[in-house]
Design a protein around this ligand. Structure first.
Ligand SMILES: [Zn+2]
Length: 88
């Protein structure tokens, strides 16, 4: 399993991914030095942990559920349509 280091999650921007000790302005405030993202430090760390956990499962907060192919026609349907087009 993926081990999440809480020290790094508390120093990593959950918006742009920049990691620096300076991002952690105080016990309760996170402020990214790169993109200026400001949020409660615990909220930022929680987002990073959730993102890493979901990434280990093969998905992400931004991506949604992985496609299982139901939205595209099956190969059998495509073959049937091809046969109909040929008059068979
Ligand atoms: Zn940032």
């Amino acid at each position: 399993m993926v081990k999440v280091d809480p020290r790094h999650t508390s120093q990593t921007c959950s918006r742009c991914g920049h990691q620096a000790r300076q991002n952690r302005r105080s016990q309760s405030l996170f402020l990214c030095r790169v993109c200026g993202f400001s949020v409660h430090a615990d909220v930022n760390a929680s987002r990073n942990i959730a993102e890493k956990h979901l990434a280990s499962l093969g998905t992400s907060l931004a991506g949604g559920p992985p496609s299982d192919g139901l939205l595209s026609p099956s190969s059998d349907e495509g073959q049937a349509l091809a046969l109909q087009a040929q008059g068979l």
